[in-house]
Write a protein that binds this ligand. Structure first.
Ligand code: GDP
Ligand code: IMO
Ligand code: MG
Length: 432
């Protein structure tokens, strides 16, 4: 048995969903532990595309159990839509296949409204470019001890009390600060009670369930959302999301003890993308950037926004190795680099006369650093149909080798296309 954590190493959208789906083959449980429906995880199986925002990416395997941990925040309408859409595709999501932690907090209508109103009120330089899904305001309430948990849905008296107290403040903000319409107590309450009825059978103690699974010797896969540079503590603050995205939070966000984690796989896109605002040292504002955007189909899976694109950033990768304790890398979208005559990778930053090997914590410095590049030879042939690592063009293998040498972490997976089958699995992290 083994417990494996999957995290994004960059600014999200590295291909976590695809890799989680692939590794679910060897897992018994798949667990989301942070974030909410700001995430958009794409899986392609036999050319059919699925995008999950809240349900763990292991859900396509009917014999596996999916868990939504306490660290996740849940928009119940979105969760129920995902359940309904899977049922339409002939994949019923039953309480035997999905458990939601009673301690997971709820994203309410006023969280979404405040997220959008706050963003709209900010100047161009200050905007975060959030997904507008209510993520920040919901986590603010959780940490401020005024949040509403999914467990509260099962107790109408407590729900009424908490909702009334919350709306008192939120409607003051909406009306007085943002000059917006208030949120109706009766409407929110009625919606929540309707959701409660549908969600109640799924609610349980995820921590206890995972502990039992571990003791039975089952394999557990933890599915991170977002990426290391979006971490609330370690990312490019304030241009980050509102949760800890690093591997340590797999434990906090699910109630699983840290001594039971066996390995941590970092998903590393072979180049870099970022959606939303904030520093991005290796961003390309030229034709190469546009070519990567086009060939990589780089549009947000949640908001449809165009993703900013640039070369691979070794400094960002090094940060991810350290912050997550990575034991393996899954290098994704290598196929997108096919056709480039030269490929660049940043190996350090220059800030004035200083050389840096980590992202500076000062956001102004992070926006000013200049990447120092190393240049590698590209390859011309398409590689989507390659099924054995040895058959990759020598330049592609050299690039993978250079990433391994630079980060000091071995590549366990190389992905050459969006489909489940377009993957070179070099070492299954569940094999011990
Ligand atoms: P996630 O948020 O980390 O799960 O990533 P997203 O799903 O938001 O974005 C990754 C995108 O790249 C999706 O459209 C995937 O289908 C696609 N993808 C994943 N791996 C590969 C790959 O190796 N090659 C190509 N071309 N596309 C990939
Ligand atoms: P997955 O799991 C990429 C970004 C937003 C914005 C910032 C804050 O698919 O990799 P938020 O709505 O979280 O308050 O927005 O974080 N962001 C993501 N970018 N992938 C994601 O998730 C993201 N989730 C949030 O674009 O810049
Ligand atoms: Mg995504």
């Amino acid at each position: 048995m083994a417990s494996v954590v999957i995290v994004g190493t960059q600014w999200g959208d590295e291909g976590k969903g695809k890799i989680v789906d692939l590794l679910t083959r060897s897992a018994d449980y798949v667990v989301r532990f942070q974030g909410g429906n700001n995430a958009g995880h794409t899986l392609v199986v036999n050319k059919q595309q699925y995008i999950f925002h809240i349900i763990p990416s292991g859900i396509l395997y009917e014999d596996k159990k999916c868990m939504i941990g306490n660290g996740v925040i849940i928009d119940p309408a979105i969760l129920l839509e995902e359940i309904a859409s899977l049922a339409e595709k002939g994949l019923p999501v039953t309480p035997e296949r999905l458990m939601i932690s009673e301690n997971a907090h709820l994203i309410m209508e006023y969280h979404r409204r405040l997220d959008q109103a706050q963003e709209a009120s900010l100047s161009k330089e200050k905007k975060i470019g959030t997904t507008g899904r209510g993520i920040g305001p919901c986590y603010v309430d959780k940490v401020g001890r005024t949040g509403i948990k999914i467990g509260d849905l099962l107790d109408e008296g407590s729900l009424r009390e908490k909702l009334a107290a919350s709306l008192d403040e939120k409607n003051f903000l909406l009306k007085q600060k943002y000059r917006e319409e208030p949120v109706s107590f009766e409407v929110v309450l009625a919606n929540m009670l309707a959701y409660a009825e549908k969600l109640a059978p799924f609610v349980g103690n995820v921590s206890v369930e995972l502990d039992k699974a571990r003791k039975r010797g089952e394999n557990i896969l933890f599915e991170g959302a977002q990426g290391t540079q979006l971490d609330i503590d370690h990312g490019t603050y304030p241009f980050v999301t509102s949760s800890n995205t690093v591997a340590g939070n797999a434990c906090n966000g699910s109630g699983f003890g840290p001594t039971h984690i066996d390995s941590v796989i970092g998903i590393l896109k072979a180049y870099t993308t970022r959606v939303g605002e904030g520093p991005f040292p290796t961003e390309l504002h030229d034709q190469t950037g546009e070519a990567l955007q086009r060939k990589g189909g780089e549009f947000g899976a949640t908001t449809g926004r165009k993703r900013r694109c640039g070369w691979l950033d070794g400094v960002v990768a090094t940060d991810a190795v350290r912050l997550n304790g990575l034991t393996g890398l899954a290098i994704t979208k290598l196929d997108v680099l096919s056709g480039q005559s030269k490929i660049k990778m940043a190996t350090s930053y220059q800030l004035g006369d200083r050389s840096l090997n980590a992202m500076p914590s000062n956001i102004r410095d992070a926006a000013r650093v200049k990447p120092v590049y190393e240049e590698l030879a590209g390859w011309q042939s398409e590689i989507n149909e390659v099924t054995a690592y040895e058959d990759l063009p020598v330049e592609a293998k050299d690039y993978v080798k250079r990433i391994e040498d630079f980060t000091g972490v071995e590549a366990v997976i190389v992905s050459v296309g969006p489909d489940r089958d377009e993957t070179l699995l070099l070492k299954d992290p569940f094999d011990r």
